[in-house]
Write a protein that binds this ligand. Structure first.
Ligand code: GTP
Ligand code: MG
Length: 458
């Protein structure tokens, strides 16, 4: 699983940049650094750890200088990988960086595989598996919220919580195993009720943790919302107003939007993917009919809907049928064009769509947009405040679900008065599930799958 050789890779993206970093990790890292690096001022002697040193990179044989660099050595165990690590901060030219790496490889280092630095960090106990996965999420984060959730994971908040759940479980398991080992003392009978209560409490905590996954996913993936309505009600105008730019074409001609347009907006930290669609009506020609079919399809696919009505007209049968079509979806009704004389009776809207909040806006004048944003935010995030720990990783969620299932079995076994041996099996399974999250127990397949998602150099 772990070869004790020395690896090297470029840690920064390919391309021109102010600085690029080439990283070396392993027992030969310091030796290689000393062969290629000449410190300024002709100083020899040993390199101080965790210090930036100024100097040049040169070909060891010819002495020819390649670049002026800063170099740092981080002696084990206080490094990212837990091994001796050297980082060369050279100028960020692609050719130059390649040459520095080539030199390092020619002196006995092997080119690192994807995620191999982080994997070594994990294998050397510098970070657990959940933290390592957090590193990947952090690199991939697209919103500030996603970034904060990932950072919390890297800093071990999820691991700490899972560790505490595991402690509680082990505590229960010890009592059950004591009942197996010393049946004559009737520990089992004495504690059965107490154990059942403890299993129950633990199960609740795990269920709570699982529930945070959907919350976290909203922030990672965003919510897909379809803006639907009959032609000319101002759907594209609303999209533009929410985006703050003229993205979609707006004209007084009904049937302006034919295809669909997708844009992402940040609604109070919640990434929302908005779909502006063609107005839904009896299509007059083939193209319009295709557009309408597509709108209805998108409406079905979306997680949420904003049905737009024109406030300057009474509600039409077409409006009503769109509201009915959107009944099953989470969403709001927007009455647009409130800058004009109003002819729409909101009671009629409530009749057809009793569950949907009505928001009045003027896309043209930008009125009511904050109310709309807040309504959507409330609808998808609820009033619940941000959970202190959030599960964002599907692997973690699956392991938690397995542990929940096994705990349920243990609970049943206790309730049915089954022998402690049977209860212990379920509890051991639960322990295994929890340990998989932080990587106390793991196998090569899981590691391979996780670390192959990283880039080389991380
Ligand atoms: N007075 C007023 N006019 C608006 C408002 N919103 C949109 N309009 C006008 O309504 C007309 C249609 O707007 P669009 O945004 O193209 O409507 P749409 O629903 O996307 O129309 P289709 O793409 O044809 O389905 C344009 O002339 C807009 O300027 C508003 O809040 N007030
Ligand atoms: Mg349009």
């Amino acid at each position: 699983m772990y070869k004790e050789d020395t690896i090297a890779a470029v840690a920064t993206p390919v391309g021109e940049g102010g600085v690029a970093i080439v990283r070396i990790s392993g027992p030969q890292a310091e030796r290689i650094a000393r062969e290629i690096f000449a410190r300024s001022g002709g100083r020899n002697g040993s390199l101080r750890s965790h210090t930036l040193h100024h100097g040049i990179i040169r070909e060891p044989k010819s002495g020819e200088a390649l670049d002026e660099v800063l170099l740092t050595l981080m002696r084990k165990p206080h490094s990212y990988t837990g091994e001796d690590v050297v980082e060369v901060h050279c100028h960020g030219g692609p050719y130059l960086v390649r040459e520095v790496l080539r030199l390092i490889l020619s002196l006995g280092a092997r080119h690192a595989e994807q995620g191999e630095f982080t994997k070594r960090g994990f294998l050397n106990g510098r970070l657990d598996l959940a933290q390592a996965e957090g590193v990947l999420d952090l690199i991939r984060a697209r919103t500030d919220k996603g970034m904060r959730l990932a950072l919390a994971q890297v800093r071990g908040e999820l691991s700490k919580w899972v560790g505490e759940l595991r402690e509680e479980l082990v505590d229960i398991l010890v009592q059950v195993e004591a009942a197996i080992d010393f049946p004559e003392e009737e520990i089992e009978l004495l504690h059965r009720e107490e154990l059942t209560a403890k299993v129950e409490t633990l199960k609740k905590k795990i269920s709570g943790l699982i529930a945070t996954y959907d919350w976290g996913r909203l922030f990672r993936e965003g919510v897909r919302i379809c803006i639907a309505g009959r032609p000319n009600v101002g759907k594209s105008s609303l999209l533009n107003a929410l985006l703050g730019e003229e993205r979609a074409i707006v004209t007084p001609v009904p049937g302006t939007t034919r295809d669909f347009i997708e844009e992402t907006v940040n609604l109070g930290g919640l990434p929302v993917v908005l779909w502006d669609t063609a107005g839904i009506c009896e299509g007059r020609d083939e193209v319009e009919r295709m557009g309408v079919d597509f709108s209805l399809k998108k409406l079905k696919e979306a997680q949420g809907v904003v049905v737009v009505l024109d406030g300057s007209f009474p509600i039409t049968p077409q409006d009503a049928s769109i509201l009915v079509e959107a009944r099953e979806k989470k969403g709001v009704v927007v009455i647009n064009k409130i800058d004009l004389h109003q002819k729409l009776d909101t009671k009629e809207v409530t009749c057809v769509a009793p569950d949907k909040e009505i928001i009045s806006v003027s896309a043209k004048e930008g009125r009511g947009l904050d109310d709309l944003k807040q309504a959507l935010n409330r609808l998808f995030l609820g009033t619940q405040s941000e959970p202190s720990i959030v599960v964002t990783n599907l692997r973690h969620k699956a392991a938690l679900e397995r542990s929940e299932k096994n705990l349920t079995e243990a609970h049943k076994a206790l309730g049915m008065g089954l022998p402690p041996e049977m209860v212990a099996v379920d509890l051991q399974e639960t322990q295994h599930d929890l340990e998989e999250i932080i990587g106390i127990v793991t196998n090569n397949d899981i590691l391979e799958r996780i670390f192959s998602q990283f880039c080389i150099g991380k």
